[in-house]
Design a protein around this ligand. Structure first.
Ligand code: PEP
Ligand code: MG
Length: 931
């Protein structure tokens, strides 16, 4: 993971303490987050135990030249810094009478909690232990520190299992009849130490290192080596951390929170990290303890403030008497140290202008600061803190906008699991986090069952190998969707995101058996009716019910959204094809529809029957027209035989049935838009998607059509394509069946005539050649004119196209002669540019990203180097041919922050995304404009 700095500075170690600092907060890349902030705090004159930071560049050097040469290289510098440390502290490393003990901690530029544990009390050996005892007059404390040191060093540096030490500790406690670590006497501790050393000898074949210099080298070596451990690599992968040089190592003078009842150690947040509230100082501490005790959860930590302590007691049902006696606040037990800490808290917040996460230690009543960093927080807290900091005049509006991660807003828009419930739940697998939110329900395996069960008042999760447009009804009523196959732009993922419905897609481990009505996943078998829960934000699947809560869109959320609108340049539209989704999107701030996919409208109720009737005869009608060499249905009616006329009549009847249905859909959508523009895309998917592929479905269709099943079967076979994504779809359908285009355009125009103020825009899909567009456009223009005349209304309807075929991008100047707008369909454009099937690439794209072939899944984050270049080219050519051409994007990338930044940079007018991503897009567009 570590990569050597292009140009290494020869200075590898930076000192802090004694009123001086060689580093500062802005040097995070070099000193790591912890080191940079320690340097900054020391520079501010705060009580930081002195120490030094070995840089991240040193880590890169360690990997470049190898351990042996690296230590040779830094030997002199390390000795100098140690000497400086000895001078500043008045202590000596490895010797008495006042021995210098240090902590050794990792710290990369980005905080990576738990990546590598800390080693405390380094420098203790038989000699310094004696000196420490005479110095402190507290043999128990010294022995306790020594056994902790051997344990931590043994575990972290020597790689000995933690439980080997715990076993020793437990057996000594048992034989001494003691319960807690704190009950152990000096002699007990001596026994522990002796046995710990035996554990080390047995595990490593060597004695525990006595020489403090050896201890230090080994400690540094362990930190650098840990940079490449699987835990760190996984952490970087999960959190999308890339391009770091390595980790730094912080070597710092020990201060002891475990040196008696007047000592303590704790962690604190300057504001509540889960809500962002600024009611009091949030934090916990333990008296007479070292850092690891607070997180280890062995003792109950106490609260920093009286207020916090009382609130804690209330939540834990602890009576005030007991609280005061057993769990008093720091404010009560060490008022002086508390006061100083509280002053430092304010100072640090004002200095960093952000919520801080602090670590401190109190040694014999004296406060020391061990760490500060910008605290991790939930999305709700991020939004609240950012808006509060504007009010407090600590940051500007622009800074506040940049403080909130757009993706994190998702947490605020969907139901979420109650944290504790999720932690307890049994995880069975992890798939792709296709559509965020949390869902819990009973497993069903078909869309019909989903609808039937929900009618009975049940909650369901629809589990499918993959979904198709036929499943839309079931998807709509299910609480969540789980698929075994398919990627982030699979049907399930796209539709679920559009619905704002939780979806986990592409769960490779899930083997669904529709016949048996169950799925297998590892050792689990889940049957129809069993409860499962999905976390669509992480892709995790749980067994059983996990409780959820509805989100609240609070004041700060609205405030940050308004600010985003103030600064963004990109328009934000939505991809929606129902009045309900449109209303949701408008509520989230959508300024129009950028993509209304009309095919979903053909699936509901008896429209699918009408559409299937049309498909049944469409090919016959087309052939008749070709043979009789006529262009229109009217001409055909005049010259065909009575028998042939039947097909034409059925075709026309189906169109006549579909027209009012489509019209009413558009009326609903235009009404929901209240005068906002609406880009309607004409029919796009291949026709076979509208036909049943299973036996039962074909039987049912045959019944409805009054023909036998074999004919349906034959039709399905005829429409079968080897590569339907590159087959008879998009405008190609309109070219074969112009009457469908005409019917759709008529429905749009008649609806627009009815809903005042409507702004329809007609979008011709999958154009690769300008002539395709010109032909479809002519049909649209004729129809618009006809409706205008019939209705006696004025209609202004823009006509444009999608750019989703590379040829369209390359010939965008030609296309722009016909198109008033372009909308980049980057799902198909990615598929066709990279040559990755949208439906199958999920199988290998994960490996491609892991291997670094692609930085991100190009269906999730726009591939700027490849697909992006085509977008740029089309923008340039399009604008050249038509100055006022309107440019948007409606592929899934329209809701992804990095891709949105790209869209801003290349000069698009708007992005369009699913309703629940609208707020994310608003914020991301504002960040793009500010950056
Ligand atoms: C696209 O291809 O980017 C697009 C928006 O269309 P669809 O996903 O419906 O193919
Ligand atoms: Mg497309």
């Amino acid at each position: 993971m570590a990569k050597r700095a292009a140009k290494t500075t020869r200075k590898f170690i930076y000192f802090f303490g004694g009123g001086k600092s060689e580093g500062k907060a802005s040097m995070k890349e070099l000193l790591g987050g912890k080191g940079a902030n320690l340097a900054e705090m020391a520079g501010l004159g705060l009580p930081v135990p002195p120490g030094f930071t070995i840089t991240c560049e040193a880590c890169a050097e360690y990997y470049a030249v190898g351990k042996k040469d690296f230590f040779k290289e830094i030997k002199k510098e390390l000795a100098e810094k140690l000497e400086q440390l000895e001078k500043v502290t008045g202590k000596t490393f490895g010797k008495g009478p006042n021995p210098l003990l240090v902590s050794v901690r990792s710290g990369a530029a980005v905080s990576m909690p738990g990546m590598m544990d800390t080693v405390l009390n380094l420098g203790l050996n038989e000699e310094t232990v004696k000196a420490m005892i005479s110095l402190t007059n507290n043999e128990r404390f010294v022995m306790d520190s020594y056994r902790r040191f051997i344990q931590m060093f043994g575990n972290v540096v020597l790689g000995i299992e933690h439980h080997d030490f715990e076993h020793v500790l437990d057996s000594v406690k048992k034989s001494a009849g003691k319960k807690l670590d704190t009950d152990l006497t000096i002699n007990d501790l001596k026994k522990v130490i002796k046995q710990y050393k035996k554990v080390v000898k047995k595990a490593t074949g060597k004695d525990f290192p006595e020489d403090p210099m050896d201890q230090l080298y080994e400690g540094i070596d362990a930190v650098f080596a840990s940079w490449n451990n699987p835990r760190a690599i996984k952490y970087c992968q999960i959190n999308d951390i890339r391009g770091l040089l390595g980790t730094a190592v912080n070597v710092q003078t020990m201060v002891f929170g475990n040196s008696g009842e007047n000592s303590a150690t704790g962690v604190a947040f300057t504001r509540d990290p889960s809500t962002g509230a600024n009611k009091y100082f949030y934090g916990e501490f333990l008296i007479n303890a070292q850092g690891e005790d607070v997180v280890a959860g062995i003792r109950t930590p106490q609260q920093i403030t009286i207020k916090g302590s009382k609130e804690w007691a209330k939540s834990q049902n602890v009576p005030e008497e007991t609280r005061k006696e057993k769990f008093p606040s720091l404010q009560e037990v060490m008022p002086e140290a508390f006061k100083e800490l509280d002053t430092i808290k304010v100072k640090l917040e004002n200095h960093y202008k952000d919520m801080q996460d602090l670590e401190f230690t109190i040694e014999d009543g004296k406060l020391y600061m061990l760490q500060t960093r910008n605290g991790k927080r939930t999305a709700a807290a991020a939004v609240k803190i950012a808006t509060d900091l504007i009010k407090e005049k600590l940051i500007s509006e622009k800074e506040a906008i940049l403080r909130v991660d757009p993706e994190a807003l998702d947490q605020l828009l969907h139901p979420v699991f109650i944290k504790e419930a999720e932690e307890k739940a049994e995880k069975i697998t992890v798939g792709l986090p296709a559509s965020p939110g949390a869902a819990t329900g009973q497993v069903v395996f078909s869309a019909e069952d989903a609808e039937a069960w929900v009618k009975e008042g049940k909650n369901v999760i629809l589990c499918r190998i993959e979904t198709s447009p036929e499943d839309i009804g079931g998807m709509n009523v299910a609480n969540g969707i789980l698929t075994a196959r398919g990627g982030m732009t699979s049907h399930a993922a796209v539709v679920a995101r559009g619905m704002g419905k939780c979806c986990v897609a592409g769960c490779g481990d899930v083997e669904i058996d529709y016949k048996k009505g169950s799925f297998k996943c590892g050792k689990h078998t889940v049957k129809e009716g069993d409860w499962i829960s999905l976390n669509g934000s992480t892709g995790t699947v749980y067994l059983g019910k996990v409780d959820t809560v509805e989100p609240e869109l609070t004041g700060p959320f609205n405030k940050i959204m308004k600010l985003a609108d103030k600064y963004r340049k990109l328009g934000i539209r939505t991809n929606s094809d129902t009045p309900h989704d449109t209303e949701v999107a408008v509520k989230f701030g959508a300024e129009g529809i950028g993509l209304c996919r009309t095919e979903h409208m053909f699936f509901e109720g008896h429209r699918i029957i009408a559409f299937r009737r049309l498909i049944l005869v469409a090919e016959t009608v087309k052939r008749l027209k070709d043979t009789l060499e006529v262009k229109t249905l009217t001409e055909l009616e005049k010259c065909c035989s009575k028998e042939q006329l039947e097909a034409v009549t059925q075709y026309k009847k189906a169109l006549d049935e579909l027209l009012p249905l489509q019209r009413s859909d558009f009326i609903g959508i235009f009404k929901a838009l209240k005068g906002r523009p609406c880009t309607v895309r004409l029919l796009d998917p291949p026709l076979h998607e509208f036909l049943p592929h299973d036996d039962a479905g074909q039987k049912e269709m045959a019944g409805q059509m009054g023909i036998n099943k074999a004919e349906i079967h034959k039709l399905v076979e005829n429409l079968h394509e080897f590569n339907p994504m590159l087959g008879h779809r998009g405008c190609r359908l309109g070219i074969t069946y112009p009457e469908v285009t005409e019917m759709q355009v008529r429905a749009i125009c008649e609806a627009a005539a009815e809903v005042k103020g409507s702004k329809p825009e007609i979008m011709i899909p999958l154009v690769g050649n300008v002539k395709e567009l010109a032909m479809q456009k002519q049909i649209a223009l004729n129809t618009i004119e006809a409706v205008k005349k019939e209705k006696g209304v004025k209609l202004k309807v823009m006509i444009g196209t999608m750019i989703e075929i590379p040829r369209a991008a390359v010939t965008a100047d030609k296309i722009a002669e016909e198109a008033e707008f372009f909308s980049f369909g980057t799902n198909d454009l990615t598929q066709m540019t990279c040559g990755f099937s949208r439906d199958d690439a999920g199988k290998f794209l994960g490996d491609y990203v892991n291997e670094g072939i692609y930085e991100y899944d190009p269906f999730q984050v726009l591939d700027q180097t490849g697909v992006g270049e085509l977008v740029k080219l089309a923008v340039k050519k399009g604008k050249k041919a038509r100055k006022d051409i309107k440019l948007g994007i409606c592929g899934e990338h329209g809701g992804e922050p990095r891709s949105i930044e790209f869209c801003h940079k290349v000069g698009l007018n708007y992005v369009s995304c699913s309703p629940f991503r609208v707020p994310i897009a608003r914020l991301a567009a504002a960040q793009a404009a500010i950056k």
